[in-house]
Structure formats: C-alpha cells, structure tokens
Design a protein around this ligand. Sequence first.
Ligand SMILES: Cc1cc2nc3c(=O)[nH]c(=O)nc-3n(C[C@H](O)[C@H](O)[C@H](O)COP(=O)(O)O)c2cc1C
Length: 253
Amino acid sequence: MSNVYLVYFSPTGGTEKALRLLADAWEGEKKTVDLSLRDAAARTPAFAKEDVCLVAVPSYGGRVPALAAGRIKELAGNGARAAAVVVYGNRAYEDTLVELCDLLTEAGFAVRAGAAAVAEHSIMRQYAKGRPDEADEKTLRGFSAKIKAALESEDPAPAFPGDRPYKQWGGSKSYPEADDTCVGCETCARLCPAGAIPFDAPSETDTAKCISCMRCIAVCPAGARSLDAASVAAMAERMKAVFATRKEPELFV
Ligand SMILES: Cc1cc2nc3c(=O)[nH]c(=O)nc-3n(C[C@H](O)[C@H](O)[C@H](O)COP(=O)(O)O)c2cc1C
C-alpha cells in the first residue's frame, strides 16, 4: 500500500498552509512528518518506493534553512516520488528550490515536480500579509492536480531555477526576547526547532543556537516574545523595494 506524506519544516505555519493547498488533489489520509520537531524518532519514517512525498521548506536568505537541510539528510527516500516545495515571504527564493531538489535526490527520493508559493514574511510580517490569500488558494489547489499527474508519470525532474554553488547566507541576527509577561509555561522551549530556549529559563534565548525562525513568538500563549520593533521596522524600510511587487506562485512539472 502506498502512503502520501506531507513533510515540512514550518516554524510559523505558512509553509505547512501552502503545502496543504498543494496536496488538495490527494484524497484520503495523509501522513505528516514535521521536520521542526527535535525528536528525531518522530521525523524518520521508512519511506517506500510506492510512497508519494510532498516536501516543503521556507526560504531563509534564498537557501534551505540549515537545520531543515540537516534533517532532510537524515531521511531515507528509498525511491519514493517527491515534489519539492519552497515557500517564501515575497522577496525571493533564489537557490532554495534547487538546493531542496539536490537534498531530496541525495536522500534517495525521485523528485518529479516542484512549486514555489508565497506566505506572510515571518520576520517582517507587514510583507505578504495574509498570504496565502484567496487568489493563492485557487492557484495552489489548481497546481495540485498537475503535481499529482507529474508524480504518477515516469518523467524526470523538471529544471528548477537557482544556481550551484548556492548563494552564501550568513544567517539572521533577529533574536526574539521575552518580556515580563512570560509565565514560564515552557511552550516555546518545547517547540523551539533548534533547542535554543532553556527549560529552566524560558524567557531567555541562546543566540548561538537560535535560527531566528520566530516559532517562539508564534506559539507563546502569553504573547510575551517579540523582536525589537524598531529594528524590524528599520530592516523593513531598508528592504522596501525588493518586496514592492506581488510575486505569484510557480509550478515546475
Ligand atoms: C530567518 C529568515 C530568513 C528569511 N529569508 C527570506 C528570504 O530570503 N526571502 C523571502 O522572500 N522570505 C524570507 N523569509 C520569510 C519566510 O521564507 C516566509 O515567511 C515563510 O513563509 C516562513 O515559513 P513558516 O511560516 O513556515 O515559518 C525569511 C524568514 C526568516 C525567519
């Protein structure tokens, strides 16, 4: 029996949302593999050649987030057919899709299709706000049937945009901090993909481990975690031009 897997690294949920729309054409139960979990046992099912895997990551600086790349390398594709999906915040995704395709191929997946979609920028949330929106939903659901057909065919992987060697990215230095409304519930410490929040001091952040994914802000029930608003506003102002045009979802089959 074949399984349909949704495999995703989605710290603030935008990537997962776009992926679920792209999975619309598959009826029935879909299994999920959440690459943001630190528990390695939960991330490594044995895929079979008959399985179909839709694998999605956000673009960080035009690359696959290094933490997600490491976790994809631990997967065993065993010849399962895969679609590579990149979700980005309406700036650009540069080499992310080609890198994801390479990672999946090296891990033993047969990549047959791909897509790029836009979701709200998880740092500068004024950009791509509310996306994927209604128009995106329609487009992504429409892509789904085409991706399914490509995965059922024997056609080789399409050409993905992007360069090798991949662009260099130094990482983000936007580290969330908790204010005194932190109730010490440890939700952020449990869900931080990088293990950067100490259980014994959940209002702190280990900046050597933090990957700036913003999940702690998204999951905090007290709304205690945030980035320095003035720095985010300055960064958004500096980068305004590259966000000015609305980017549309793209399909690669
Ligand atoms: C550290 C970091 C780097 C990012 N780099 C880019 C980028 O280079 N281009 C872009 O368009 N969006 C970028 N984004 C925005 C994310 O790709 C986008 O918000 C994505 O939907 C986040 O996925 P998630 O909601 O599943 O966490 C970045 C976000 C973060 C946190």
